[in-house]
Design a protein around this ligand. Sequence first.
Ligand SMILES: [Fe+2]
Ligand SMILES: [Fe+2]
Length: 270
Amino acid sequence: MRKMFPAEELARDSRFVRCEPNQSISDPRRQGAGRTQGRLDADSYSSAERARGVMHGILVGEIQALEGAGRTCWDFEVGDGPDQAPYELKLDMARQAWDEARHCEISVKLAGHMGSEIGEFAESTFLYEAACHPDPVLRLAGANRALEGLAIDVSNTMREFGVQGGDPVLTYCEDWMLADEVTHVKMGSNWLRRLTDGDPERRKKALEFQRVVDKLFSFNGLRGEEADSPVQLARRFRELAGFSTSEIDDIADMSAEARAEMVVGTPDPS
Ligand SMILES: [Fe+2]
Ligand SMILES: [Fe+2]
């Protein structure tokens, strides 16, 4: 079995629609190029359509989180070197893979519950790509802190959506998955601290990589703390997962900047 499995070869059946590999992650078409030609921006999406798009993004994200955690169990020899992973880290990733497999089953049922189906929106494999870094510390910083951190924000937003819509199925499913996502981020925070203890250079590189992934996933500022941000930054749950206040402030600032750039860069339709 080969190591560092390429994203283009991930197993998907004919229902899945893949984004063009050369499309930038910031290109809105990457978010909505499936059978629904919608754009993931607040103005052109109805709230129900946006919620279905977010739900579909969660579903493919869960599949890739499962694939990424599974790869980390396999891709590294056991050890403490820069290209090795301690056995306990692999155990954490195996536990996460089991959680993500459960999330896949829940999410595909929830997508159906919300009137969506596999392939309504396109799948970008960026999450999986971030989970394939050759240094396990950078892999955990990108996948378990940046992307699982985003999973916290998205799960909490969907849970709130369920509460507001009086939908107990959505509310409780997201609440259970949110609890798991907090654990996954906490694993990333713990391993980042442990593996870079006494190695400030490696820690700096890991945090820089995390920031790059966070920035790429700021979704043109759609995640944020404004009242109309489609995905709300979940400060309380991020604190529980080991993020410092300054780290959360940094993510909020990045999102606000991305939003401002998006507004400035939007052409006048008249
Ligand atoms: Fe998950
Ligand atoms: Fe997760």
